[in-house]
Ligand binder design. Structure first.
Ligand code: ATP
Ligand code: FE
Length: 337
């Protein structure tokens, strides 16, 4: 079976073609326009999706060497995300499915981030159920108990900023360009993670909060640059290492709590922040020290991509979970709803 998948929830337009669990093509058009604004501008995002969607789908079909007449179904991101962005992918998917007279499959973007682990990959084995999924990205921070493909329970999530935002906003305070997450990672490798201390938020249970951290970094940098205007440039590596250390401590503490609460030691992470070398190091450490089994998908399936929408499409296709033409995009769309 060939499934075409479409993702347009935020600022990346993506299309993929899957043959069962195997990704034949996964094309992503990243919108550069937002860089100059230091964040995603919704209005510009939907316009760019409108321009990109047809060429991106054509490219995905061409790369997979599949004619659209060979497709068995079309899967698309219904939500959560920016309404104007979701509408582009949703409308396109509906029209194409109608034109080709093939089934339409709606996909929850947050479930897809987790089920990305089941994309066929020669170098990786997928987690077995039950496992703890942690999605850490620019827009989301969630800990989910995954009992089966479509049996998920959100155990905790952020009450304010996402982890990726914590990285990007901290980077911005240091004068680094957007998105600053990868730069913090890069400089952190050269710095001392204990050079500076930042308070960790006190949030009960498995929820997160990152806005306080951002504020304390702001005050810290203001205080230090008053004493020494070159403080940031002279201490870039140490500041980055200390900020990253604090963020990773927060993530690891919550994961540890999730393991204690559920008794599940299989941890599968995803989302753009999963690219962080620090978190990868900490997970490897937890494997040897605490007997966890940890999983990180290939990077192209961590950030927003249609491949992960396609794997959910395939899983639903097998169950004949189709939707009809009356389906509408959903900006807020909770896992399991
Ligand atoms: P979402 O997936 O929630 O819809 P998004 O498209 O912003 O939102 P992703 O593309 O998954 O999210 O991830 C982007 C985020 O990941 C950015 O905040 C970026 O700074 C962060 N990021 C990417 N690489 C790294 C890294 N090596 N270290 C830390 N953060 C990183
Ligand atoms: Fe995402």
């Amino acid at each position: 079976n060939y499934i075409l998948a479409i993702e347009s929830s935020c600022d990346d337009t993506s299309a993929a073609v899957l043959c069962n669990t195997k990704v034949l093509s996964n094309v992503v058009a990243t919108q550069e326009i937002h860089k100059q604004y230091g964040g995603v501008v919704p209005e510009l995002a939907s316009r760019a999706h409108q321009q990109n969607i047809v060429p991106v789908v054509h490219q995905a079909l061409a790369k997979a060497n599949i004619d659209k007449k060979e497709l068995s179904a079309i899967a698309f991101t219904r939500g959560p995300g920016l309404m104007g962005s979701l509408l582009v992918g949703t409308s396109f998917a509906k029209s194409l499915a109608l034109g080709l007279d093939i089934p339409l499959i709606e996909v929850n973007h947050m479930e897809a981030h987790i089920l990305a682990h089941f994309i066929d990959d020669e170098e990786r084995t997928p987690p077995t159920f039950p496992f703890i999924g942690m999605t850490i990205s620019g827009g989301h921070t969630q800990i989910v108990k995954v009992s089966d493909y479509f049996s998920m329970e959100v155990l905790g999530e952020t009450l304010d900023d996402a982890v990726g935002e914590a990285f990007d906003k901290s980077a911005k305070l240091m004068g680094l360009p957007y998105p600053g997450g990868p730069l913090i990672d890069k400089y952190a490798k050269l710095g001392n993670e204990n050079a500076f201390q930042f308070p960790k938020p006190k949030v009960d249970g498995l929820n997160f909060s990152f806005s306080g951290l951002k504020t304390s970094i702001l005050y810290f940098l203001q205080r230090e640059t008053q004493k020494n205007p070159d403080f940031v440039s002279e201490n870039m590596n140490d500041i980055c290492a200390s900020v990253q250390y604090t963020i990773l401590e927060i993530l690891m503490e919550k994961l540890q709590l999730a393991v204690e609460q559920t008794g599940i030691k299989q941890i599968a992470i995803g989302g753009g922040v999963a690219a962080n070398s620090g978190i990868r190091g900490r997970l490897a450490e937890a494997e040897t020290q605490m007997g966890w089994e940890t999983y990180v998908p290939k990077f192209e399936y961590c950030t927003d991509n249609a491949g992960m929408i396609g794997i959910v499409g395939y899983l639903k296709f097998k169950r004949s979970e189709f939707t009809d033409q009356s389906i509408a995009a959903k900006a807020r769309y909770a896992i399991g709803s």
